[in-house]
Design a protein around this ligand. Structure first.
Ligand SMILES: Nc1ncnc2c1ncn2[C@@H]1O[C@H](COP(=O)(O)OP(=O)(O)OP(=O)(O)O)[C@@H](O)[C@H]1O
Length: 836
């Protein structure tokens, strides 16, 4: 909305324009009288008046209604002149009859709306004035002491607050008069006046109207225009004219328009009763669909205009709140009042549900920015995860163009795998254990007491698109639900809070699922009724931008009754004004404590690069602690580098297992990173046994040759290298090819077991499981021989290697590493190719 100063400026400009137009029109009108004798002059005048009318009252204000449609644009302010009909000095010399009204005076009509022509005129007038004014700039009050139905077609405007149902009796009239008097008092007292115009339309005075009521109307007419109040009074008694009004008298076949206030249609010299010297045919009833269309447009524009903005949810000062007793923020507005929602021990966790495009991200963004603006990083830590593909939470994170971030965010996962969420729960479980332990050590202190002597910010963890985690109802999904249940139960007392968001019932069992009981706060966006009790239909038919916020587990209540635990709110679209969002992020970022690290971001769709990996860079800079093969980044909250240490212990080898290019690439990165970790030169024997591997082996050899001794060998050379004692790395592309049969399994097993203590390691690529499994000894423990990284081989086929059920579903861009006894497997994103 514009500032009061801008609005006042605009009003002044409009006023000046209205005055100028009035002067111009008055000049032209003056020329009408005396009535010219010759018709020719009459035609010429009518022509000039038509042209003047087009300038003084364009569009809605003055054009014939049948030429207008609901989409015809309004002007940039209420119109200064409005048309009441057509003057016809001669049958075929006509011009629009305009009267000054808004911004200058009033209109009185000597007959009331009982006369259908007057009713039609009033409806046309109201339509013109509303349609010509920008939505919300004109408010109207109606009095209809006759049928009460004159303005029935405009009923839709009531909801938008533009035209309440008309007053039909004396009490109603007096209430309207009182409101108008108040308007005038307030408008005159405040120097700048109102930024809106109030129009009082009397279609018919009610029975019993007293002279004092008419006096009040006359008084309002006298003082109103300065305060933006204008009157149209039909049925104004003949005799005393209404001050500052253009009088209109209805005759049998036509109407007569008197002189407007402060100006005359007739020249001062003329000896006539004044007024326009021509019969006027009043505008007729506007078509119903035109009225409906315009009303609909206005209501829509008012609704859009009353949209909330993110700033409405934000506090005055940043980080002014403490979170010892809980977190709370404004999430929206219910009937003009802010609605707060938060996290306490009693309302620890939220479920947020809505169909796609229901504004779920908008709601979460509002709530999270509301919290981040109220609680500093010592009071609040955020973990954000979205399981769906695509970029999420970007408003909180560093981007290429904008390096600022929201300092409360510790980690964020977008397009996150289930393993990411599992690790996230692990982080929270670990933090919970730390807090429980601290409480025990402090003699059983509660969270609030613990916080008196240590920094323990509240933690809010958001998981969006939660149902996608449970799409496959396998062990991993079951495990996630069990852990979530345990966490939700225990964490509430230690300031750790969960928000699960998604579509439908979020996949969390039926209404009696005990996990649901841990989430007393339910937010139902459009299509999100499933998080409310089945009998609670409060969220049925919600529009986008609104939500039902329930703090009693979705419990309903008697229809129509006020429910203390439930509110229907509206919330802003935080992206309505990206500048506000960016500014807020910058303010939060600038206020961050020194040394705050940016959030660790996992993006499931992105590829890490070896060249950018911190551990690899350290190795290149000569700071490697021990040789290791680096494979990629774990699908975890910390984005750990996944490494296979290649120290002097039995089994410190790497087997890459898979048919795809990913497997071949993994072998390459393992070799490159191991080479980088050697401060001095070492030996690499490359054996490209598999078809097509000669080229990548050649590239690798050329790359390593600068610093290391590199040989490329065939199977015979490889066998010799295996038998030699010389330390170094044997790199084999395709240990499953028929040629490899020439390598005795005993020799290979001996190398795997005894090579590493003597500084000889095998980095081998197998495309099928059997040859690798064939190397296992009677005890069958693969980890004694080698670490294994797998790409496109499904878990079921790995059982012969690991001798136990294996949970692994191959998917693009992912691999899994088993390194060590009883390993569950670490899922990782292998390094991609490229240098930066
Ligand atoms: N308060 C609001 N008022 C009006 N429109 C809104 C409001 N909030 C969001 N929208 C609009 O609704 C659309 C969907 O919003 P949003 O992206 O938040 O939905 P979503 O439920 O997260 O969608 P999805 O899950 O499908 O990505 C957007 O076009 C957004 O501009």
């Amino acid at each position: 909305m514009a500032s009061p100063k801008a609005r006042a400026g605009r009003a002044a400009a409009l006023h000046r324009r209205a005055e100028a137009t009035a002067t111009a029109a008055a000049g032209i009108l003056d020329e009408i009288r005396p009535a010219p004798a010759d018709h020719h002059r009459q035609y010429e005048l009518a022509e000039r008046l038509r042209a003047a009318a087009a300038v003084a009252a364009p569009g809605w204000a003055g054009e014939p209604l049948e030429t207008l449609t609901p989409t015809t644009a309004p002007g940039d302010g209420p119109p200064a002149f409005v048309r009441v009909g057509v003057a016809a000095p001669l049958d075929d010399a006509r011009f629009p009859t305009l009267v000054p009204l808004l911004g200058s005076g009033h209109l009185s009509v000597d007959a009331d709306a009982g006369d259908p022509r007057v009713a039609g005129l009033l409806r046309a007038l109201l339509l013109r004035l509303f349609a010509a004014s920008p939505a919300g700039a004109l408010l109207a009050r109606a009095v209809d002491g006759g049928s009460g139905a004159t303005f029935a077609g405009y009923a839709a405007l009531a909801d938008a607050g533009l035209l309440p149902p008309p007053a039909t009796d004396l009490a109603g009239l007096r209430a309207v008069l009182a409101e108008a008097e108040q308007w005038v008092a307030a408008g005159t007292a405040r120097q700048r006046g109102h930024d809106r115009t109030l129009l009082v339309v009397v279609a018919a005075l009610p029975d019993g109207v007293a002279p004092s009521d008419l006096d009040r109307l006359a008084e309002l007419a006298d003082r109103g225009p300065r305060a933006g109040l204008h009157l149209v009074v039909a049925g104004w008694p003949a005799g005393t004219p209404l001050p500052q009004a253009t009088p209109l008298a209805v005759r049998t076949a036509y109407a007569l328009v008197g002189d407007p206030p402060g100006a005359g249609f007739s020249s001062p010299a003329a000896e006539s009763p004044g007024g326009l010297n021509s019969p006027v045919f009043l505008d007729e009833d506007p078509p119903g669909e035109l009225v409906t269309g315009v009303c609909r447009r206005l209501v829509r524009q008012i609704e859009d205009g009353s949209r909330l903005a993110l700033t409405d949810l934000l506090p005055g000062d940043l980080w002014a709140e403490g979170s010892v007793d809980g977190l709370t923020t404004t999430v929206g507005d219910a009937a003009g009042r802010p609605v707060s929602l938060g996290f306490t021990e009693l309302t620890p966790h939220w479920l947020v549900s809505g169909r796609s495009q229901a504004g779920r991200s908008a709601f979460l963004t509002d709530a999270l920015f509301g919290l981040a603006a109220r609680y500093g990083p010592d009071e609040l830590v955020l973990y954000l995860a979205d399981v769906d593909d695509g970029e999420s939470f970007v408003e909180f994170l560093q981007t290429e163009r904008d390096r600022s971030w929201v300092p409360q965010v510790r980690a964020a996962g977008m397009a996150a795998d289930r393993e990411y969420v599992a690790d996230l729960l692990g982080e929270l479980e670990a933090e919970l254990r730390r807090r429980e332990e601290a409480a025990r050590r402090a003699g059983g202190q509660r969270y609030a007491e613990l916080r008196q002597h240590q920094s323990l910010p509240r933690i809010v963890c958001v998981i969006d698109n939660f149902p996608l985690l449970l799409r496959e109802r396998d062990r991993l999904a079951a495990d996630l639900l069990t852990r979530l249940d345990g966490l939700a139960r225990a964490a509430r007392s230690y300031g750790i809070h969960l928000v699960l968001a998604g579509e439908g019932d979020l996949g969390i069992g039926g209404p009696r699922d005990p996990l649901l009981g841990q989430f007393p706060v339910r937010v139902a966006l459009p299509g999100g009724s499933a998080v409310l009790e089945p009998t609670n239909d409060a969220a049925a038919g919600l529009p986008v931008g609104s939500a039902v916020v329930n703090t009693a587990g979705g419990l309903g209540g008697p229809r129509g009754a006020t429910r203390g635990h439930e509110r229907m709110i509206r919330f802003p679209d935080p992206h309505d004004d990206p500048a506000v969002l960016a500014d807020l992020r910058h303010r939060l970022w600038s206020a961050r404590p020194e040394g705050t690290a940016p959030p660790v971001v996992f993006a499931g769709f992105a590829r890490p690069l070896l060249a950018n990996d911190p551990r690899h860079r350290a190795a290149l800079a000569g700071r490697a602690h021990a040789p290791a093969a680096l494979l990629g980044r774990a699908v975890d909250v910390r984005r750990s580098t996944v490494a296979v240490p290649l120290g002097p212990a039995a089994g410190r080898n790497l087997a890459v297992l898979g048919r795809d290019e990913e497997a071949e690439r993994l072998l390459g990165t393992a070799v490159r990173s191991a080479a980088a970790a050697h401060p001095g030169a070492t030996r690499f024997v490359l054996a490209p046994l598999a078809n097509g591997s000669a080229e990548p082996a050649g590239v690798l050899a050329a790359e390593l040759a600068g610093r290391h001794r590199v040989e490329i060998v065939d199977v015979t050379g490889l066998r010799a290298a295996m038998a030699s004692d010389e330390p170094g790395y044997l790199v084999v592309f395709g240990l499953d090819v028929p040629d490899a049969n020439e390598l005795p399994p005993d020799l290979l097993r001996a190398l795997l077991l005894e090579g590493p203590p003597a500084g000889r390691h095998l980095l081998g690529w197998w495309r099928t499981v059997a040859p690798l499994a064939g190397l296992l000894g009677p005890e069958g423990e693969v980890d004694k021989l080698t670490a294994v990284v797998v790409t496109d081989v499904p878990g079921a086929r790995l059982e012969q290697l690991f001798d136990r059920p294996v949970l692994w579903r191959p998917r693009p861009g992912r691999a899994v590493l088993w390194d060590g006894p009883g390993e569950q497997g670490t899922v990782l994103v292998p390094f991609g190719e490229g240098s930066s």
